[in-house]
Design a protein around this ligand. Sequence first.
Ligand code: TMP
Ligand code: ASP
Length: 239
Amino acid sequence: MQQQELLYEGKSKLIFKSDKEDRIIIQFKDDATAFYNIKRARIENKGKMNCDISSMLLGYLNENGVSTHFVEKIDENKQLCRVVEHIPIEVIVRNVIAGSMAKRLGIEEGVVPENTIFDICLRGEELGDPLVNDHHAVALGIATYEELAKIYEISAKVNLLLSELFTKAGITLVDFKIEFGRTESGELILADELTPDTCRLWDMATGERMDKDRFRRDLGRVRETYEEVACRIHNALNK
Ligand code: TMP
Ligand code: ASP
C-alpha cells in the first residue's frame, strides 16, 4: 500500500490518501491537546500506543460483528482504513457519571446510573461541540431518524463488547466517544479511534485514572499509563 498526499491534519492524527481509492492511511501523532488546544504537549510514544490500542479494539469489534473503518495496522503508528462519508456527530456513551456530565448536572463523578446514557454532540470546535438531540441532528440534515436509531444500536453493542473486554483487563469503561461514517454502499460503520484519548478508563482495583484525564488534570505518568492500557488489552484479548 502506497502512502500518497496528506488529506487532513487533526490535533492527534494525520490522514493520507493511499493508492487505493477506497482506503486511507491514518497516522497517530504524539501530540496531546485538551480544552480546545489551550493545553498542549507532546507525549513520547503516544502515537504508537494509541495506534496499537485502537487497532486492537477496532479489530476486536470487527471480529465480533461490529463493522468499523479499520482494515489493518500497517506500521507502528499507522492504520489502513476504509474511506467513508463522515457524519459530524460525536456519540458519547456513559456507564459511570464523569467529566462534562458530572459538571453540567452537578453530579459527583463516579455515580453509576441505572441506565446507559447516550449523548450526541455536534462536531465543530467553533461552537465547542454542543450537545444536541436527535431532532436537532435531523433538522440540520446531518442524519435521518433511522440512521440515528442504528447509530444508538451500534453504540450500545460497542459498549457491551468493550465493557466485557475491559473488565477482563481489570478496567472500568466509564465513558467513550465514537463517530460514524457511511460507506459507498450506504452502510453505517464506526469510523473513529478508540484510545485512552477518547475513553475514560478507571483501574478497577485502585480507581486510578488510566486515560487522557491524567493529561487534562496534570495527574502525571501519562505515557506509562497508556503503555499499561495497551499491555492489559493485549493480555485480555489473549485470555
Ligand atoms: P466529556 O466528559 O468531556 O463529555 O467526555 C466524555 C467522553 O468523550 C470522554 O471519554 C472523552 C470523550 N471525548 C472525546 O473523545 N472528544 C471530545 O471532543 C469530547 C468532548 C469528549
Ligand atoms: N474536548 C476534548 C478534551 O477535553 C478535546 C479538546 O478539548 O480539544 O480533551
